[in-house]
Design a binder for this molecule. Structure first.
Ligand code: MEV
Length: 307
């Protein structure tokens, strides 16, 4: 049977949210808090039965689970936890840049687990195992923040020990700028872990300072003190650079955003390229800053909620 014959067969789908970390990435892996928000876009996964080996269909082609494409490998590990009634074609559609610090792998993991739950009998499926299997492929030692936000959405603070605490925060205007440089989260996370092992007396206080930045940043946001929240983002960027996870492309985007009127700017997510997040005073400034970058490289977004 070819693909055309299969169009009338049932298709299952699921979605997962992308996210932005406003303050505290990397330190959160080692127990500090982070402040983060889900985005409304992310990943949608469609699953259809297929005659032939299970595979993932990406823009660059179809990859069987046994191939060494990272998404196919992740799919293979996820499917090892599932009793499938038939082989499948899995088609993810991403509405955020992939491998850019916006939680696309967790969004894929959650979307896939939801689609599989709807495709198989849900009680035969442990969605948590599917999410863990996919996240484990891209990540080494995830804090759990990306997976939580991909699943639950919302805005709030997160620690490994206490999980997610939702916060009511007024709506603020940000810009997300994609440097276009892709990197592996696991490489970036390992880089920080190595630094901690080699220089514990230096790196632990950096984590402690980032924890203070997160706590103060939340207070400044709650009080609508945008100027000091922006300064917290700038200090956080300096410390992420000290941890070795920034990149000249991050620094260039941060400086351009600040010079164009952002109140604060920093990398968001794992760094080493990926995305930069900039805080602005209003929607017009956010649009103007976004339009100052190459076409399609930046977009304005609102985090928090209107009272
Ligand atoms: C990745 O989006 C954020 C990191 O803090 C890793 C994690 O929290 O698992 C770098």
């Amino acid at each position: 049977m070819n693909g055309a014959d299969q169009v009338n067969r049932p298709i299952a789908s699921g979605t997962g949210n992308a996210k932005v970390i406003v303050l505290g990435e990397h330190a959160v892996v080692h127990g500090s808090p982070a402040l983060a928000a889900a985005m409304t876009n992310g990943c949608e996964v469609k699953i259809e039965p297929w005659d032939g080996p299970s595979h993932v269909l990406l823009a660059e082609g179809a990859f069987e689970c046994a191939s060494n494409h990272p998404v196919a490998t992740a799919l293979g590990r996820a499917l090892a936890n599932v009793e499938l009634p038939t082989p499948v074609r899995v088609t993810p559609h991403f509405s955020v840049p992939v491998g850019a610090g916006l939680g696309s792998s967790a969004a894929f993991a959650v979307a896939l687990s939801r689609a599989l739950a709807s495709f198989c009998a849900p009680r035969t499926l442990d969605r948590g195992l599917v999410v863990q299997a996919v996240e484990g492929c891209f990540h080494g030692r995830p804090s759990g923040l990306d997976a939580y936000l991909a699943e639950q959405g919302g805005i709030g603070s997160f620690t490994r020990a206490e999980g997610f605490t939702p916060l009511r925060l007024p709506a603020l205007n940000f810009v997300v700028i994609n440097t276009g440089i892709q990197r592996e989260t696991s490489t970036q996370v390992n880089r920080v872990s190595d630094l901690l092992t080699r220089f514990p007396n230096i790196v632990s206080p950096i984590f402690a300072t980032i924890a203070e930045i997160v706590r103060d940043g939340i207070r400044f946001w709650q009080n609508n003190n945008l100027k000091d929240l922006g300064t917290c983002m700038n200090i956080n960027q300096g410390l992420l650079d000290a941890l070795g996870v920034s990149h000249p492309a991050n620094q260039r985007a941060v400086e351009l955003a600040r010079a164009s009127g952002a109140l604060g700017a920093k990398l968001t997510g794992a760094g080493g390229g990926g995305c930069v997040l900039a805080l602005t005073d209003c929607a017009e400034t956010a649009d103007r800053i976004a339009n100052g970058f190459a076409s399609g490289a930046a977009f304005a977004t609102v985090l928090g909620e209107d009272k």
